[in-house]
Design a protein around this ligand. Structure first.
Ligand code: ZN
Ligand code: ZN
Length: 373
């Protein structure tokens, strides 16, 4: 039998042990799917990040006034995070739990986020995705990503299998590598979502930049500004070549005749709204300008090219671009990763944070652990 370490609590506790919430937050705005995650995380009702680890998105979205909880199966991680969040003034909660058997009632959540989690089950992602479907309310949105077989992974696997073949031929025994994760192409992840009952609204590849990062052994060798990798990933991230990116992302809805409206949270969005919108939107909200971001024809994209290793911003006095008030910038989230200045109170307003997430996202690449990058 193949040994699996993808589901080992000790492995993950020590994985997270090497990082701190501060270091995670410091690279929070790096993550290559932020444009999708921040746009499609519901602003109303409760959202859960299942398999949250140090939960940088849980912390980030709590700053946007989103009711969000992180679920992780490592007790030391959730205990440590709860202490850290209360010491640092965050309104976010971490719960110890199992993503295959969540402690939430049926039809109770507005959002379910899962970033690089479901590929770690040796038996496949089906059980975790069915559980996501169960806990979401009608109209609830699931934002699910897994690593994909990017052009680099395909190349690397090919190289390994040729090597293994040669070893076999000359009677070496193949070394058994313990199972850690699968890589799902966008079409495979889409099919798993459909099998779990979801209406997959968007399913595609993303994060070309990470491929160049992997190729250079997690250094910025191929992605520094002006390099081929930098230009290529900036140019093609929103085109069809992104299907060969490092990750697969799906935005899916639990479809029903009557659904929770993404823009007001009321259970009054009809199924016909999905003809025009990616997420359920009620008639009134469909009249509002902000609904335009969620039209099927609207694109989801970064607003500018990547910044590679920008210097950390120190807290400073600023004037909010939305209300004109003075405020001190956040020491951890700096400018919240936006190209506009926003005060904490405006950031908590859903129409403002949706606009920022759709029009002003500043993508960043940063070093993670000391020594790794
Ligand atoms: Zn509405
Ligand atoms: Zn303001």
């Amino acid at each position: 039998m193949k040994i699996s370490i993808g589901q080992d609590e000790g492995v993950w506790t020590s994985e997270w042990d090497e990082l701190t919430p501060d270091s995670e937050i410091r690279m929070w705005d790096y993550f290559g799917l932020r444009q999708w995650i921040s746009k499609f995380t519901p602003r109303y009702g409760k959202t859960v990040e299942a398999g949250s680890g140090l939960g940088r998105y849980v912390l980030y979205f709590s700053r946007m006034g989103i009711d969000i909880e992180g679920v992780d199966f490592s007790g030391p991680v959730t205990d440590g995070m709860n202490k850290w969040t209360s010491d640092n003034g965050f309104n976010a909660k971490f719960v110890r739990g199992n993503v295959l058997n969540l402690d939430y009632p049926d039809n109770s959540l507005s959002g379910y986020i899962s970033l690089g989690v479901v590929e770690h089950f040796i038996e496949g992602p089906q059980k975790a995705l069915s559980e996501a479907y169960r806990v979401l309310k009608p109209g609830g949105v699931a934002v699910i990503s897994t690593p994909s077989r990017s052009f680099y992974i395909i190349y690397r696997n090919l190289k390994t299998s040729v090597k293994n073949l040669i070893k076999k031929l000359i009677l070496y025994r193949k070394q058994e590598v313990p199972f850690f994760q699968y890589w799902y192409r966008p079409s495979e992840l889409k099919n798993f979502m459909k099998e779990a009952g979801f209406d997959v609204r968007i399913g595609r590849g993303a994060d070309l930049q990470f491929v160049f990062c992997e190729m250079a052994d997690f250094t910025d060798k191929y992605i520094h500004e002006g390099s081929f990798g930098y230009n290529f990933s900036n140019k093609h991230e929103n085109g069809f070549l992104s299907t060969f990116g490092a990750q697969s992302i799906t935005i899916s809805v639990k479809r029903a005749p009557l659904m929770s409206c993404f823009l007001c949270g009321e259970m009054k969005a009809g199924e016909e709204s999905l003809d025009n919108f990616v997420v359920p939107v009620c008639k009134e909200c469909g009249e509002k300008k902000i609904s335009g971001y969620y039209k099927k024809s609207a694109i989801t994209a970064y607003s500018m090219p990547y910044k590679i290793n920008p210097p950390l911003l120190h807290p400073e006095e600023r004037t909010c671009d939305f209300c004109g008030c003075g405020y001190t910038s956040d020491p951890l989230f700096e400018d919240y990763g936006f190209s506009k200045k926003v005060c904490p109170s405006c950031l908590g307003k859903s129409d403002i944070n949706i606009t920022l997430c759709c029009e002003n996202i500043k993508p960043v690449w940063r070093k993670r652990k000391k020594g790794l990058f």
